[in-house]
Design a binder for this molecule. Structure first.
Ligand SMILES: *[C@@H]1O[C@H](CO)[C@@H](O)[C@H](O)[C@H]1NC(C)=O
Ligand SMILES: [Cu+2]
Length: 260
């Protein structure tokens, strides 16, 4: 049988297998988005495809509650399942929000095994957002992120439970007006002790930001999806089981503060 050391090295894998097996139905997505005080239904992968016509949402459509597991695929941008030929697409409606107002993402139930960060990016559409797909162009900047607090609480589980699955982000108050995609994601780390192993749960909201601000990040600081995350990005390969006191480096660029 196994020696004790061999068994020890297997523990993370065993825990991950158990977590995956017990939470098959407990992945998730943003089921609702609240712009200021206005509620918008999210992309509902288990209802929308059965409606005729397919409903317009301000969130681009997603294939399921499952994760994107390869950050080099276009799927990591706004969700999708390219391996099965399923692509997301621009939607025909756009939400309105004032710079400085909050956007709230209301997640479905989220498994405690799926610990990880919650991260939000924006990208300014150069033309009509209802037709725009960024591809691999570097257009994204980070407006918010939350990982593991000093007392060991994870954003995607402990913190999200405290707010009834609602995560709140503020649109930078001085951000210049225009049409933007807001890319909001949870990264689940239960399998992230290997690469690939981290699971990405992204979604993209189409908004018109209103305001009189003029701030915008420098061109050289913008990142791409796919592109921003790979095996050597801190926080993508990370063992959440080995040392609970270890600080967690949130992946991606620093939060852009110039619009505050
Ligand atoms: C991996 O991502 C990092 C940013 O996290 C980037 O600096 C690096 O160039 C990327 N490596 C490859 C091989 O793309
Ligand atoms: Cu899951």
């Amino acid at each position: 049988m196994f020696g004790l050391n061999a068994l020890k090295t297997l523990i993370p894998a065993i825990i991950a297998i158990i977590s995956v097996a017990s939470t098959v139905d407990a992945h998730g997505y943003s089921q609702e988005v609240i712009l200021g005080t206005v509620k918008h239904t999210g992309s509902l992968p288990y209802q929308d495809p059965y409606m005729s016509p397919y409903p317009d949402r301000i969130i681009r459509k997603i294939p399921s509650n499952g994760p994107v597991e390869d950050p080099s695929l276009i799927d990591v941008q706004c969700n999708g399942y390219a391996a099965a030929g399923w692509k997301t697409a621009p939607s025909s409606i756009v939400g309105k929000i004032k710079a400085g107002d909050t956007i709230k993402f209301h997640w479905t139930d989220w498994a405690d095994s799926h610990k990880g960060p919650i991260i939000t990016y924006m990208a300014r559409a150069p033309s009509d957002i209802t037709k725009w797909e960024p591809g691999t162009a570097p257009v994204w900047f980070k407006i918010d992120h939350s990982g593991k607090s000093a007392d060991g609480k994870w954003a995607a589980t402990d913190k999200l439970y405290e707010t009834n699955h609602i995560y709140t982000v503020r649109i930078p108050p001085k951000l210049q007006a225009g049409q933007y995609l807001i890319r909001h994601e949870i990264i689940a780390l239960h399998g992230a002790f290997n690469f690939p192993g981290a699971q990405f749960y992204p979604g993209c909201v189409q908004v018109q930001v209103e305001g009189t601000g003029t701030a915008f990040p420098s061109k050289s600081s913008l990142v791409s999806f796919p592109g921003a995350y790979n095996a050597s990005t801190p926080g993508i390969l990370f063992d959440i089981y080995s040392d609970q006191s270890l600080a967690y480096p949130i992946p991606g660029p620093p939060v852009w503060t110039g619009g505050n």
